[in-house]
Design a protein. Sequence first.
Length: 255
Amino acid sequence: MRLMLIGNPNVGKTTLFNSLTGANAHVGNWSGVTVDKLVGSIKKTNDELIDLPGTYSVTPSSEDEGVVTYALLNESYDGLLNIVDATHLKRNLHLTIQLLEANVPMLVAMNMMDALHRKGLNLNLEKLEKMLGVNGVLISARKNEGIDEVIHQLPALTLKKPFRLYYGITIETAISQILSLLSETPQHLDARWIAIQALEGNEGIYQSLSLANEVPIRAIVEETERKIINEKVALSLKGAIFNKRREFIHQLYRE
Ligand code: GDP
Ligand code: MG
Ligand code: K
């Protein structure tokens, strides 16, 4: 199996990568960018693990973050290992949602559980798994706790159900319009995810589209942005999408 490790900056990615792979990683590179590509093989199973640059969003705001979209579109992999800082759940789940929307098999490792416990807090994993529709493992990468459970769960890497967030009528209409233009998408990725990422302004997505699709899709995005601003839904289309995810995360947090 080939897996990609993905998460926000500073959430324990390198710590987890090292404890999963030991000292056998080698550095390669991504075509076209200067960012290193770290590849290791997971202890016991020999599954391949690719380290991706830390990012807050799939929609890139730097070369580093662009690698994430590039890898999701072009790398061959069987699934994702999303590492989350359990002490900053509200911030981290924005990326998790975008990965769930891509509809690829995934396991979520909730890291920093030691720090969460020290704060006197706990996390209802079952509830979280149910609301996100994905399996999770509670870990403390620095203390080497839960690592075996991650390795144990990887073969069953799964999405229990397609994850679908409702973005409101204006954005949903735009998604439908874009979907009707998308004749072919990379087969391992969800067409709805491509549409949402296009609406968010993910340039990596436009690069993967044919020009014949790109021009009309950009027109839909511009029109939708105008509507969002006119209807006073948000100050921008990107902001409107962000707000919907935040609402969902707050609801999840409450429960
Ligand atoms: P990366 O930027 O995502 O690669 O994160 P690092 O692996 O470099 O870790 C960032 C910081 O978090 C380091 O100081 C780690 O020692 C610390 N860290 C990683 N995992 C844990 C954990 O499970 N608990 C605690 N308390 N700290 C951790
Ligand atoms: Mg790191
Ligand atoms: K390169």
